[in-house]
Ligand binder design. Structure first.
Ligand SMILES: [Zn+2]
Length: 348
């Protein structure tokens, strides 16, 4: 089968300035605004909204969200405004109510807004479920540029993972361990690679958050979000060992991370396991100001080391797709080489 990008439907994105002020002219009332409390304080003056329908995200637990959804059965529209969590909760509530969804991401830190399922929690374990297709996603240059830069460049984690995802897929294919339902597909891998290449080749614009840089980043994130579904719920061409490392790190440390930071550390580690592209991508991550040293994430190198030793079992236990983590023997020397490489880049 040959996949073509235009056959995989992605969500409509609209780029522009001062987009919040248009809401009153096209969003059917009553509408629910799903956002974060700290963000609301900054943007309150932009909205003309009855506080009865203002919803601050404070839980991602399914049982809490189910309860909340019952209170909003009469709403006609939902507006999501914020980072990944606000986008996910807006998606979930949209799924549970008969409403139209309009999304306004305040940063490009993850690809959550561009995918169908909502990343929520069941007893603290992440679960991706639901179905939400927004009427449109509004990419407001003013809003994105006013948020801390490293939050937007953090979105690189959900783009650079295309490389390590494909390395894992090629690897599994080469040794005959690909899942039957997800046989290696060159056309799918090629589209992912070209999207990531576009971002890497325009990294100066992405780091400066120029209008063009934002468009390149959004274009890649859109692909990552929509093509999971578009390829038949196949994640092979968009993620692999780097996300597994991130999940394992979260599980081991019981801490929450900025998605891009932990995933980008996983990208470098995954590249080193595959012995491909590690210096190039480390350079990109460094240039983008994504500090992947453990101390920048509130953990120690020892946490990274322990996570690496347990990665193989973690991947097997969770039945993640087959890749380098299943076979790679993590040694003391390997861990030391990861540490040296990251420190020599960031400690200059
Ligand atoms: Zn991700």
């Amino acid at each position: 089968m040959i996949y073509q990008e235009n056959q995989i439907r992605q969500f409509q994105t609209v780029f522009g300035y001062n987009l919040l002020s248009e809401i009153e002219f096209f969003v059917a009332e009553p509408f629910l605004l799903v956002t974060m409390e700290d963000l609301w304080q900054k943007y309150e003056s932009k909205f003309n909204i009855n506080s009865e329908y203002l919803y601050f995200v404070n839980s991602l637990e399914i049982k809490d969200l189910d309860e909340d959804a019952k209170k909003f059965e009469n709403i006609k529209s939902i507006i999501g405004f914020g980072g990944g969590q606000a986008m996910d909760v807006a998606k979930f509530l949209n799924w549970k109510t008969n409403s139209k969804l309009y999304q306004f991401p305040s940063s490009l830190s993850v690809d959550a807004v561009f995918g169908h399922r909502a990343g929520v929690r069941e007893d603290s374990n992440v679960k991706y479920l639901g179905w939400a297709v927004p009427e449109a996603i509004y990419i407001d240059f003013d809003i994105l540029k006013s948020c801390p830069k490293h939050l937007n460049t953090g979105g690189l984690g959900d783009v650079l993972c295309f490389y390590t995802g494909i390395f894992d897929w090629e690897y599994a294919h080469r040794i005959g361990k690909c899942e039957e339902k997800w046989a290696y597909n060159q056309s799918l891998a090629d589209i992912s690679k070209s999207k990531a290449d576009n971002v890497v080749n325009n990294i100066d614009d992405v780091c400066e958050l120029t209008d063009n840089g934002i468009q390149f980043l959004v274009d890649a994130l859109k692909w990552g979000g929509a093509s999971f579904h578009g390829a038949g719920w196949n994640p092979r061409h968009i993620e692999g060992v780097e996300h597994f490392f991130f999940y394992a790190l979260e599980s081991y440390t019981k801490k929450k991370f900025l998605h891009g930071q932990a995933v980008c550390l996983g990208v470098v580690i995954g590249c080193m396991m595959h012995q491909k592209k590690e210096d190039e991508l480390l350079g990109i991550i460094h240039q983008a100001g994504i500090d992947i040293r453990p101390e920048a994430m509130g953990i120690e190198w020892e946490d990274v080391e322990k996570t690496l030793y347990s990665l193989k079992n973690y991947v097997i236990e969770n039945k993640f797709h087959y890749g380098i983590a299943n076979d790679f023997e993590v040694t003391k020397e390997f861990f030391q080489s990861v540490k040296n490489k990251v420190e020599s880049k960031f400690n200059k």
